[in-house]
Design a protein around this ligand. Sequence first.
Ligand code: GRF
Length: 201
Amino acid sequence: MHRIGILISGRGSNFLAIADAIDAATIPNARIAVVISNVPDAPGLAAARERGLPAVVLESRGRKRTEHDADVIDCLRSHQVELVCLAGYMRLLSPDFVRAFPRRILNIHPSLLPAFPGLDAQQQAFDYGVQIAGCTVHFVDEELDHGVIVLQRAIPVLPTDDAHTLAARILEQEHLAYPEAIVHVLSGRYAVMGRKYVSIE
Ligand code: GRF
């Protein structure tokens, strides 16, 4: 049984998409071992508790990154987590954290990286005038929104879109992309060559 740890800071809709995919066995042979939030009142925490999942608050405010990260690493290890999924976790990971789970941390970002890293990616893309938008699931490395790309999903920007409707349609794609990427990574049927994620059949 693959044990997944989820890190959130807010709403948690990607976390719920992953939880639903596990319940439906779309992500087979997996369970959510723990949901950790660095924000005490993150709505995703309540959702985790409602589902009977272990939900832990490790508040980051006012703490040194390395010290907070050490607590998060301890918590993930104590729950025997094999794969860490960042799902709207609004905090950079320290190099120690990245090294603690080598190529075992995924993130989802609401743009077609390397375009529009950082905050408000959908608004950035909309303001730039892109005609194709989307989302990216990638391994986490020490740079923001930078690691090897596992999977991307693209959608057209419609003439009727504003940044809000675009973000909503990207989010629908995120909820498909993240479970799909997790299934593939957990299958182990891939190799990473430089920056390239290569599927092995
Ligand atoms: C998503 O857009 C995700 O791509 C980004 O943060 C947002 C989190 O949303 N990293 P949610 O908390 O999963 O609903």
